[in-house]
Design a protein around this ligand. Structure first.
Ligand SMILES: *Cc1c(COP(=O)(O)O)cnc(C)c1O
Length: 392
C-alpha cells in the first residue's frame, strides 16, 4: 500500500463500541434514551454552562438558534463570507436576509467592519437597528478552524445595537479564553446561543449530530421542545407550536459520550502536533503557518498554511493535486459564500480579507492519530512541491 496521510479522520480509541453496543442491546436507538441526557450533561459540565440540547446536526443547531432568537422573514442576519455554507443556509430557512461582513486575520468576523456597518449603513431607533427598513435581528459569528473570534469587541457592539449573537462553535469545541474579560469562557457560551457539530470531520463525532446551548437555560429547554415536534403532553398528541424532527438519537449519543471522554486528549494531541508543524516549517518562506489568537487556548482543530503568493502562483488545485500524488491529503479553504449561486444577490459589505485568504489558505493533515514521522513527511512534501512550483 502506498503512503496516504488523510486530512482529518475520526478516532475511536475509547469506549465507542462498548456504548453503542449497549444502546443496541437495550433497544434504545432512537430519540429517547439515557445516552442523550448523559451527553447533554457531559457537555454542559465541560463548557461550564447550565443547559445543552443535543440535536441532529450543527446545521439544525444553528437553525433552532435562529428560530429561538426570533428571526423572521425579511429580518437581516449578519454572517461571514469565508466559512462552511452550513453557517449561513439556516438564515435562508427562515426567509431572512444575510449581510456578509468581512473577516480579520483570524478568519473570524472583523469587529471593526461590523461596527462600521452598524454605524454607517444602519439606523438605530427605539433600541431597534434597521438596514433599509429591515430589522437587524442577529449575527452569526463562526470560530473558524477552532480559532476564537474577538468576542470582547463583538459582544460590545451587539449589546450596543441590540443584536442577538449566535456563535457557530461547530469547529471550536473546547476553545476558550485564557485572559481578558472573557477568561475561562468557552466557544459557544459567550453569545446568546452556541451551536456545536459532531459531523465526521469535527474534533469529536457522532457520525452526524450537534448540540445547542444558550445564555438562558429556559431557551435551551424551549429548543429541546422544538426539536421533538413541539409535543406538549407526554400522553396526548398536543402541539402548541410548529416543531421539528431535530433531536439526536440515542445511538449517536452513545458514540458522543465515548468521544467526550476522549476530547481533552484529542485537544492535547492537536496542540502538540501544531507545535511540531510550527517547528518544522520555521524559516520556510513559501508558506506561513497561521497561529491562533493570543490569550486563548484553542482546540487547534484545523491547521492553515498561507501560501506566499509573491513566489508561488500555482493554483490551489495544482498544489493539492501534487501533494495528493505524494500521498498527502490537503484541502483549500472554502469558496466565498457570497459568490455561491443562492447568495450572489445578497449584500457583501467591503470584503477584502475574505477574498485575500480564499486564494491563499491550504489546510494540512491534522488527525489526532497522525504520528511525528508522518508530520515530518508532510512538511518535506510541502517543501518539495512548493519549491518546485516557486518562481525564482
Ligand atoms: C460543520 C460545520 C457546520 C455544520 O455542521 P453539521 O453538523 O455538518 O450540520 C456549520 N458551520 C460550520 C462552520 C461548520 O464547519
Amino acid at each position: 500500500m502506498e503512503k496516504f496521510i488523510p486530512l482529518s479522520i475520526p478516532n475511536f480509541e475509547g469506549n465507542e463500541k462498548k456504548y453503542v453496543n449497549d444502546a443496541l442491546e437495550q433497544g434504545w436507538v432512537s430519540t429517547g434514551g439515557a445516552y442523550i441526557t448523559k451527553l447533554e450533561r457531559q457537555m454542559a459540565e465541560f463548557l461550564h454552562t447550565e443547559n445543552v440540547a443535543a440535536c441532529q446536526s450543527g446545521t439544525s443547531a444553528l437553525h433552532l438558534s435562529l428560530v429561538e432568537a426570533g428571526v423572521k422573514p425579511g429580518d437581516v442576519v449578519i454572517v461571514p463570507p469565508l466559512t462552511f455554507i452550513a453557517a449561513v443556509n439556516p438564515v435562508k430557512y427562515q426567509y431572512a436576509q444575510p449581510v456578509f461582513i468581512d473577516c480579520d486575520d483570524s478568519f473570524c468576523m472583523d469587529p471593526i467592519k461590523l461596527r462600521k456597518f452598524c454605524e454607517n449603513e444602519c439606523l438605530m431607533s427605539d433600541g431597534v437597528l434597521t438596514y433599509h427598513g429591515n430589522i437587524v435581528k442577529a449575527l452569526i459569528v463562526v470560530h473558524v478552524f477552532g480559532n476564537l473570534a474577538d468576542m470582547v469587541s463583538i459582544m460590545e457592539i451587539a449589546k450596543k445595537y441590540n443584536i442577538k449573537v449566535i456563535e457557530d462553535a461547530t469547529e471550536a469545541l473546547g476553545s476558550h479564553y485564557m485572559n481578558g474579560p472573557l477568561a475561562g469562557k468557552y466557544a459557544g457560551t459567550m453569545g446568546d446561543f452556541g451551536a456545536f457539530s459532531f459531523n465526521g470531520n469535527k474534533i469529536i463525532t457522532t457520525g452526524g449530530g450537534g448540540a445547542v446551548t444558550a445564555n438562558k437555560p429556559e431557551a435551551v429547554n424551549h429548543i429541546r421542545y422544538l426539536s421533538t415536534q413541539a409535543k406538549n403532553d407526554s400522553h396526548y398528541y398536543i402541539h402548541d407550536e410548529v416543531g421539528y424532527n431535530y433531536r439526536m438519537t440515542n445511538l449517536q449519543a452513545a458514540l458522543g459520550v465515548a468521544q467526550m471522554e476522549e476530547l481533552p486528549e484529542f485537544i492535547r494531541r492537536k496542540q502538540v502536533n501544531f507545535e511540531r508543524y510550527k517547528e518544522l516549517l520555521k524559516g520556510f518562506e513559501l508558506v506561513k503557518l497561521i497561529d491562533f489568537r493570543e490569550g486563548t487556548s484553542s482546540n487547534k482543530w484545523f491547521y492553515s498554511l498561507e501560501i506566499n503568493r509573491n513566489k508561488v502562483y500555482a493554483s490551489m488545485r495544482d498544489i493539492i493535486t501534487a501533494l495528493e500524488q505524494r500521498g498527502v491529503q490537503t484541502r483549500a479553504i472554502w469558496g466565498l459564500i457570497n459568490e455561491q449561486v443562492p447568495y450572489q444577490n445578497e449584500v457583501a459589505y467591503e470584503l477584502e480579507k475574505a477574498p485575500y485568504y480564499a486564494e491563499r489558505i491550504l489546510n494540512i493533515p491534522c488527525s489526532t492519530q497522525i504520528t511525528e514521522d508522518e508530520i515530518k513527511y508532510v512538511v518535506e512534501m510541502i517543501k518539495n512541491v512548493l519549491e518546485e512550483m516557486a518562481d525564482e
